[in-house]
Write a protein that binds this ligand. Structure first.
Ligand SMILES: Nc1ncnc2c1ncn2[C@@H]1O[C@H](COP(=O)(O)OP(=O)(O)OP(=O)(O)O)[C@@H](O)[C@H]1O
Ligand SMILES: [Mg+2]
Length: 260
């Protein structure tokens, strides 16, 4: 497994510039386009540990900052992952931040403006973020079905870096590096995905990501045919009812090797 990150445009530089200015970053983009990989890469580049928190609608602010817990008859305050990340001067990565409820996220306001402080009301403590602390959030704006939106008061606190799929040659390089597949095979898988992505406007599903191309390439390396791998990794996950338009399937598989 590699942890290489292939930059798309200026996102690595802007991320680093935001870090230097102690500004929080919001990554947006479709699933499997490299958001998590970018954060891991920046952690290595900036020499900071990354603390990842996956957001969901049951997440409370106590889950983030901490709570009093009973241990051996004593009631003691226990820091949550956000508080631990602030104290450690880490990069705290809130994945799929739109999934969290607004009231749970209100705690982030003071942390994401000039105050750079976490107010632990229950513990009666104010934690000042060290210069090396950075908050990074991500979400996928395409999941509009969830009817969830971040409040402008939160959105406007972040430097937003919109991410998209890499250009075909670059995406091919990623697949070769990640899966160890032949460059010609990787190029065909990218062509297959590009055909679907181009048609996507009309189909309204989340297009195949770099992630599924890497998975397909891994199956091919293990001996699957290009067609089998594309069917299982690229086409089947596109729609839950399996009803992919025949025309689209034809366009997609036309780029693949017939028998390899
Ligand atoms: N720019 C890139 N450089 C290197 N690898 C990449 C890149 N983009 C995608 N990948 C590959 O795709 C996989 C998925 O990427 P990643 O986990 O970063 O996606 P994501 O945007 O975080 O998706 P999700 O929104 O579903 O969490 C990675 O494990 C890696 O193999
Ligand atoms: Mg991710």
């Amino acid at each position: 497994m590699t942890t290489d990150y292939y930059a798309n445009a200026n996102e690595v530089r802007l991320f680093e510039q935001a870090y230097r200015q102690r500004l929080p970053v919001m990554l947006t983009g479709p699933t499997g386009c490299g958001k998590t990989r970018l954060v891991e890469h920046m952690g290595i580049l900036l020499n900071r540990p990354v603390v990842t928190i996956s957001c969901h609608d049951d997440l409370t602010s106590s889950d983030l900052v901490g709570r009093f817990m009973v241990t051996g008859g004593d009631v003691v305050w226990t820091d949550g992952p956000l508080t631990r990340a602030v104290k450690a001067g880490a990069i705290c990565y809130l994945d799929e931040v739109v999934e969290a409820r607004h009231d749970s996220l209100a705690i982030l306001h003071s942390l994401t403006d000039h105050r750079r402080a976490l107010y632990l009301d229950r513990a009666g403590e104010v934690v000042q973020a060290p210069d090396t602390f950075m908050l990074v959030c991500s979400y996928n704006p395409a999941y509009r079905s969830s009817l969830k939106e971040l409040k402008p008061s939160l959105r406007q606190r972040f430097v937003t870096l919109p991410m998209k799929y890499l250009a075909p040659e670059r995406e091919t390089e990623v697949i070769v590096t990640e899966a160890g597949v032949e460059p010609a095979t990787a190029a065909r898988l990218v062509q297959c995905a590009t055909a679907i992505r181009t048609a996507d406007e009309a189909f309204h599903f989340e297009p195949p990501s770099t992630r599924v191309l890497v998975t397909a390439a891994q199956l091919i390396v293990a001996g699957a045919s290009e067609l089998e791998a594309a069917e299982a990794c690229i086409l089947a996950p596109l729609s839950t009812d399996g009803a992919i338009n025949a025309g689209l399937r034809e366009v997609a598989v036309a780029s693949l090797a017939a028998d390899a």
